[in-house]
Design a protein around this ligand. Structure first.
Ligand code: SF4
Length: 378
């Protein structure tokens, strides 16, 4: 079975106020050490896998800000993927980028290296909200990055947005969605701002300096996104994601279908189909272990059958098409209805889920309370 490759690039130019991802301030020395370690990791992993486990259907360079790295480094990572794995023809290759870290030359080099999907962290269009989030770029830079990406030949372009930002009004959000649509993206991701413990934003909220957006207002923004983006012809294909018909992110679809993926780089996670692994989160430890010729795995969990079934159900329910019941039965030798009879009966009676054309999915009523529905299966 083919896999998806996720490569974590743990550098950013500056930390955003709300972010708890593993990322370090970019500098050349650490980036070189990271690159050597990452290539070593690919070689070690490749040597440990049978040929049939090395077929790669998607590659996703995420972070951090992968485009902090110079273009030759990004090309070297992709070159190494091709040497160590069998990257299938037509593979989807995504790079996450932030406006202000790309120019025409870098984008052309990424295309040349085989990148065929770009995901730009735009987040907001109002300068005061971008500042509040601690983003380094302006909306004008985001617009310019989109223009340059198109010029470089990127037709498959995702724009990331955040809603529920303290101080963001419904009118701000509506303006944001409309100005984003003016850029004609093939994919839009909209995530509610999460308050992550330990971040500057979290501390400000704890200290009473910032009032978080209440749940009702956040829900209204979520519903507005669905209304405006779908009216513009984008398909709402996953709770937080919208795309033109052929623009769904194949890499992320693998996560929602609970299919195997291999994570490389510090803090990257992998899923073999029955086990989850995670790498060292510290860049230093990651580099040291690879220099010693060891795989940098820090955690390993063998999933019980019960966990595997539950995860497959609630990840599948994130998709608007829902969980493919036939694929589930083929994979696990048991029908969903047999495993979760009581839970399904209850949720069907509440009209929070429905079964149609052999797919189990959230109803419009279940969508706003998706997390409560998912919890029923855990
Ligand atoms: S650019 Fe992205 S990964 Fe980097 S600090 Fe900001 S939110 Fe986090």
């Amino acid at each position: 079975m083919s896999i998806g490759l996720y490569i974590h690039v743990p550098f950013c130019l500056k930390k955003c106020n709300y972010c708890d991802f593993i990322s370090y301030p970019y500098n050349e020395k650490d980036a070189d050490a990271y690159l050597n370690a990452l290539i070593k990791e690919m070689e070690l992993v490749s040597a440990s896998l049978p040929p049939e486990a090395k077929e790669v259907e998607t590659i996703y360079l995420g972070g951090g800000t992968p485009t902090c790295l110079p273009a030759p480094a990004l090309a070297a990572i992709l070159g190494s993927c091709r040497r160590c794995f069998f990257v299938l023809p037509g593979a989807e290759i995504t790079v996450e980028a932030n406006p202000g870290t790309v120019d025409g030359v870098k984008l052309a080099a990424l295309r040349e290296a085989g990148v065929n999907r770009l995901s730009l962290g735009v987040q907001a269009v109002q300068e005061r909200l971008l500042k509040f989030l601690g983003r380094m770029h302006t909306f004008e830079q985001a617009r310019e990055a989109v223009r340059m990406a198109r010029e470089a030949g990127f037709a498959n372009l995702n724009l990331d947005l955040i809603f529920g930002i303290p101080g963001q009004t419904p009118a701000d959000w509506e303006e944001c969605l409309k100005r984003i649509l003016d850029l004609r993206p093939s994919h839009v991701s909209t995530y509610g701002l999460q308050l992550e413990e330990g971040t500057p934003l979290w501390r400000d909220v704890q200290a009473g300096k910032v009032a978080p957006v209440d749940e009702e207002a956040e829900l209204a923004m979520f519903e507005l996104a669905i209304e405006i983006l779908t009216a513009a012809g984008l398909i709402h294909y996953e709770i937080s994601n919208f795309a033109v018909p052929a623009g769904r992110c194949r890499h992320n679809l693998r996560y929602w279908r609970n299919l195997p993926y291999l994570g490389l780089g510090p803090a990257a996670h992998s899923f073999s189909g029955s086990c989850r692994f995670s790498n060292e989160t510290s860049l230093e430890k990651y580099v040291v272990r690879l220099k010693a010729g060891e795989l940098p795995v820090a955690g390993r969990e063998k999933l019980t059958r019960q966990t595997l079934l539950a995860e497959t159900v609630f990840l599948g329910l994130r998709l608007r098409e829902g969980l493919d019941l036939k694929a589930f039965a083929d994979r696990f030798g048991q029908a969903v209805e047999e495993v979760y009879r009581v839970e399904l009966d209850r949720l069907l009676k509440l009209n929070l889920i429905e079964i149609k054309n052999n797919f189990l999915r959230l109803t419009p009523r279940g969508l706003p309370v998706a997390n409560q529905v998912f919890a029923s299966f855990v």
